[in-house]
Design a protein around this ligand. Structure first.
Ligand SMILES: Cc1cc2nc3c(=O)[nH]c(=O)nc-3n(C[C@H](O)[C@H](O)[C@H](O)COP(=O)(O)OP(=O)(O)OC[C@H]3O[C@@H](n4cnc5c(N)ncnc54)[C@H](O)[C@@H]3O)c2cc1C
Ligand code: SF4
Length: 516
């Protein structure tokens, strides 16, 4: 009566549903490093190192805890390179009577698991992933009861469900559900930005770093100064450090960008969260506790909790609701290839160069860099959304398709026609200038609207609105922009459009082979 329990690379949680209520003496945990997963896109070197190191540490912890772990390394001579191949080999080795696995995070892996019973003939129990606060079916039921998806209403339901920042009378703490209006303060000089905790690589991580350098050295990104948490213990220390050093200012400066400051007051907890080293509930509860003890203000704590139990859960529900079709949507008909500078960072646009530098060095950029700089530029320039999605999936240490695809396709590229977000997140140079110190050091002039020295975001913004006038003119949230466009002198409109066209002509398409 042996049970085979495959634990996937982003399921590194001791309380995982498949590891609960199991007689360890009759179970084999299977962990697999497979080539399919490391190369279906050419992931950032740091991301591969993080996942392999965290997996190896987790296997070690499970063994210490009395589990039998069958661990297949990437460089094992007989590694088949796929989950299915490795599970079938493990079935021959251990002759289990059943397989028990927690549902995977990605459609591609679900499709593989769906085929296992047919291939090996034993029962395959797929358990729901209850680390998430909202189950996949629960989200589907919620979505079916509405005409349009609105994160805000979903978020309120998650507040009620978890009781986080809720008063006994069922009202939200502080009287309001959402304090975002207090959270858009530009950076000012003299702020002190805390660094996230850095964990020096131990022997196991060092071995992985050497392996990744030799096998994946041609992939995008850098490995130097690797310091991400690779165990649950380290991740909890990183969480405590964030709560104490950065959370109080997280809300106020959430949208700010500062040259040379890579994290500002952001948590950089998403890699640990997405691997399973932390659960969303424990992270949100830690923030709520800081509010309860008076160590962090409500605007910070509410803003932070909204990202975790609101946006993170919402995009996961959206992914499973809309897959597989959403991977190929292109509502705005964007066809331009991704520009080469997304890979090299070689651009005079300082906001873009900064975000790409951070991405290359740390496999990180914070939300506003991803949304209002990197994503915004790609959408304004009309880059093919699937090229953009590939880039985002490659370059971030926290990128898994279930969270990356909705954020790219839905939130940042509006390629789903507005299913995830009712309005495109489009902005000109003025937004970036307000929220950052980049423009004062940039070779482009943010105040100029057209011509070779003007900030490219300005002409691209109006060109985007003009290109998609039929789609957006009647959008309630965009009427003001079209009213401004209508009031413009025709010569000025034409200058915007020709300036945008001239700039777009200068973009070099990315060479083949960076992403796939
Ligand atoms: C185009 C684009 C692509 C993105 N790709 C990813 C991705 O591949 N993986 C990923 O985890 N996040 C992604 N995000 C969401 C968000 O940018 C990152 O979660 C965040 O920047 C991670 O850094 P942090 O931990 O410092 O976040 P913080 O700013 O400290 O936020 C706290 C936590 O909230 C959660 N969160 C915040 N916003 C979102 C969101 N929109 N969706 C899901 N979770 C959210 C994350 O778990 C994050 O750790 C993307 C956003 C955009 C606009
Ligand atoms: S001037 Fe334009 S391109 Fe330069 S940093 Fe500002 S927004 Fe970016």
């Amino acid at each position: 009566m042996t049970i085979l329990i495959p634990v996937l690379g982003d399921q590194l949680t001791q309380s995982l549903a498949s590891l609960r209520d199991v007689d360890r003496s009759n179970a084999v945990v299977l962990m697999m490093e497979v080539a399919d997963e490391t190369t279906y896109v050419r992931h950032h070197q740091r991301k591969i190192a993080l996942i392999l190191s965290a997996m190896r540490h987790f296997a070690h912890e499970l063994r210490d805890d009395g589990w039998t772990v069958d661990y297949v390394r990437l460089d094992a001579a007989d590694n088949t390179g796929s989950f299915t191949g490795e599970v079938m080999r493990a079935v021959s080795r251990h002759r289990p009577t059943s397989i028990r696995i927690v549902e995977p995070g990605e459609w591609r892996v679900k499709t593989a698991i769906d085929g296992w019973h047919g291939l090996c003939g034993i029962p395959v129990d797929v358990l729901s992933d209850d680390r998430f606060i909202c189950g996949i079916l629960e989200f589907q039921t919620w979505a079916q009861s509405r005409n349009e998806l609105m994160m805000e209403y979903f978020y309120r339901d998650m507040r009620r469900k978890t009781g986080l920042l809720m008063k006994a009378d069922g009202k939200p703490e502080g009287g309001q559900w959402n304090l975002d209006k207090e959270n858009r303060v530009p950076p000012r000089r003299g702020l002190n930005y805390p660094e996230p905790l850095h964990f020096a690589p131990d022997e196991m991580t060092t071995e992985v770093l050497d392996f990744v350098a030799s096998r994946f050295g041609g992939h995008f990104g850098r490995l130097e100064k690797f310091g991400l948490p690779v165990t649950a213990l380290q991740a909890r220390r990183a969480l405590a450090h964030f709560i104490q050093s950065a959370l109080p200012d997280f809300g106020t400066y959430q949208d700010a960008m500062v040259t040379g400051q890579d994290w500002l007051y952001h948590s950089w907890l998403s890699p640990a969260l997405n691997l399973g080293l932390l659960t969303p509930l424990e992270v949100a509860q830690a923030a709520a506790a800081a509010y309860a003890t008076g160590d962090a203000p409500l605007n910070a704590v509410e803003g932070f909790i909204r990202q975790i139990i609101g946006w993170r859960e919402y995009v996961r529900g959206y992914y499973w609701l809309e897959m597989p079709e959403v991977a190929n949507v292109n509502a705005l008909g964007a066809t331009r290839p991704l520009p080469e500078f997304y890979w090299t960072g070689d651009t005079d646009m300082l906001c873009m160069a900064e975000a790409i530098r951070n991405t290359r060095d740390h496999a990180y950029a914070h939300h506003i860099q991803r949304l209002m700089v990197l994503g915004n530029f790609a959408m304004l320039a009309g880059v093919r959304p699937q090229d953009v999605a590939d880039w985002f999936l490659v370059v971030y240490a926290d990128a898994y398709e279930w969270v990356e695809l909705p954020n790219v396709i839905g939130m940042s590229q509006h390629a789903d026609g507005g299913r995830l977000a009712t309005k495109p997140y489009a902005g000109g140079g003025a937004y970036i200038n307000r929220m950052s110190d980049h423009c004062e050091q940039c070779r482009y002039d943010v105040k100029r609207k057209t011509g070779p020295d003007a900030c490219p975001f300005n002409a691209l913004y109006w060109d985007f609105l003009a290109r998609h006038e039929r789609r957006f003119r009647r959008n309630r949230r965009m009427m003001q922009m079209y009213a401004n466009w209508d009031r413009m002198d025709p010569a000025k409109r034409e200058a915007y459009r020709s300036s945008a066209a001239a700039f777009l002509q200068t973009l070099e398409p990315a060479a083949a082979g960076w992403a796939r």
